[in-house]
Design a protein around this ligand. Structure first.
Ligand code: NDP
Length: 444
């Protein structure tokens, strides 16, 4: 049995109740076969794959808080510190009722390679809670965040582990958590990223994941003799990533025509009105039905359906496994030429395979959405320097990081004779650097 198959079997036995984690490990290890086969003896002796698929440590804790009726509520908190071979753990905090240990582990595992790809010194971690901020008052959200941080603050620090936002954790939640960290630890340090500009945040962090997605997509199209300008784009999601992906796509001369939330989706034949979308999602925190009510050119549909719209480029920016095989078939039938993942693992393994086999350019999330964490690392640098850089300076660093990421994965794919397979290229490029650091640091 090959080393990869041996480790996959062990990981399946040890983590049988964590399907998302198994899916991520399977996708990564399968695409790393060319590198692992070439170094099998050394990697087996050093147990490289067993070590990289086992978190350094993981924390699960009770989060008690009091709701507006005086009732005590209890949620579960998580932090998985996966691998710090190349820098302090770095990865977001997801607040969503679906959160469980397997989901946090899959996200933390992916984060190792994503962070490595940015070429910045950050390791992989992830955290969150099954708390749902939706429908809660500001006071309830603050009560939850303070209780969550009261426990989490024992395990994190500016040089240890630096969490950030993710689904359900935006500027409001980061602010409450930062306040509580500072109160308990009595230190003012860059322990969280995605902070407000008045207390150590970085310009462009809000826009970074969506903008970065478009910088990478543009470069991928350019290197395949195609131009982003004039393309029709289908986007899913209506959150942080989706909004700024839509905005940057428009600035590049493309036309995004869809967006979605957890209850339905919009098709706007005139192109999405970003100002209206921001008002509904960022200010009112309302449903997309309000968008359709305000725009005569827009149709609202209940449920799923964004990928049935004819488009040149698809950008899944909502959540994991939202683009399945049927969706992939529809995209191919409609002439889609490229898919770039704004969300983490939004495309199922079967869908990814189908898209790649049918000649669709496919940029995986760990490369395509790395702009968020890259800018978070730039926020860490500014905090360490006690300086703030201008919007233009951060944005131009972000653009060159994303262009670099694309060339790193393109080169890695070519080196291992899988040219054009950007999934393999991203995993190989991210893995090589982490493994080199792990081996240099001995058995730890
Ligand atoms: P937000 O919470 O801002 O937005 C998420 C969007 O996806 C919302 O429109 C939400 O709908 C929708 N959504 C969430 N869950 C589901 C679901 N189960 N089914 C359908 N729609 C759903 O999150 P972000 O935009 O920050 O994150 C989106 C994705 O991008 C996630 O996978 C995240 O891990 C990834 N990511 C985010 C980064 C960042 O910097 N923010 C960085 C890298 C990756 P509704 O409005 O109804 O809640």
């Amino acid at each position: 049995m090959s080393y990869v198959d041996e480790v996959l079997a062990k990981v399946k036995t040890k983590n049988a109740s964590e399907p998302e984690f198994l899916q991520a490990v399977e996708e990564v290890l399968n695409s790393l076969r060319p590198v692992i086969d070439a170094n099998e003896e050394l990697y087996r002796k050093e147990a490289v794959l067993e070590r990289i698929t086992e978190p350094d440590r993981q924390f699960m804790f009770r989060v008690p808080w009091v709701d507006d009726k005086g009732q005590v509520q209890v949620n579960r908190g998580f932090r998985v510190q996966f691998n710090n071979s190349i820098g302090p753990y770095k990865g977001g905090l997801r607040l969503h009722p679906s959160v469980n240990l397997g989901i946090i582990k899959f996200l933390g595992f992916e984060q190792i390679f994503k962070n490595s790809l940015t070429s910045l010194p950050i390791g992989g971690g992830k955290g969150g809670s099954d708390f749902d901020p939706k429908g809660k008052s500001d006071r309830e959200v603050m009560a939850f965040c303070q209780s969550f941080m009261t426990e989490l603050c024992k395990y994190i620090g500016a040089d240890t582990d630096v969490p950030a936002g993710d689904i359900g954790t935006g500027a409001r939640e980061i602010g409450y958590m930062f306040g509580q960290y500072k109160k308990i630890r009595s230190v003012y340090e860059g322990v969280l990223t995605g902070k407000g500009l008045s207390y150590g945040g970085s310009l462009v962090r809000t826009e970074a994941t969506g903008y970065g997605l478009l910088y990478l997509t543009k470069e991928m199209l350019k290197c395949n003799a195609k131009d982003i300008a004039g393309k029709t784009i289908a986007v899913s999601g209506a959150g942080n990533v989706a909004i700024y992906a839509i905005q940057k796509a428009q600035q590049m001369g493309a036309k995004p025509v869809t967006c979605s939330d957890s209850t339905g989706w919009i098709y706007d034949s005139e192109g999405i009105d970003v100002a209206l979308l921001k008002e509904i999602k960022e200010v009112k925190r309302a449903r997309l039905t309000e968008y359709a009510a305000a725009r005569p050119s827009a149709e609202y549909h209940e449920g799923k359906g964004v990928w049935s719209v004819k488009c040149d480029v698809a950008l899944p920016c909502a959540t994991q496994n939202e683009l399945d095989l049927e969706d992939a078939k529809q995209l191919v039938a409609n002439g889609c030429i490229a898919v770039a993942e704004g969300a983490n693992m939004p495309t199922t393994l079967e869908a990814t395979k189908y898209l790649q086999e049918n000649g669709v350019l496919f940029a995986p999330g760990k490369a395509a959405n790395a702009g968020g964490v890259a800018t978070s690392a730039l926020e860490m640098s500014q905090n360490s320097e006690r300086l703030s850089w201008s919007f233009e300076e951060v944005d131009s660093k972000l653009e060159s990081i994303m262009v670099n990421i694309f060339h790193n994965l393109d080169d890695a794919a070519k080196r291992y004779n899988v040219a054009g397979d950007y999934v393999a290229g991203a995993n190989i490029a991210g893995f090589e650097k982490v493994v080199e650091a792990m081996l240099a640091q001995g058995v730890c």
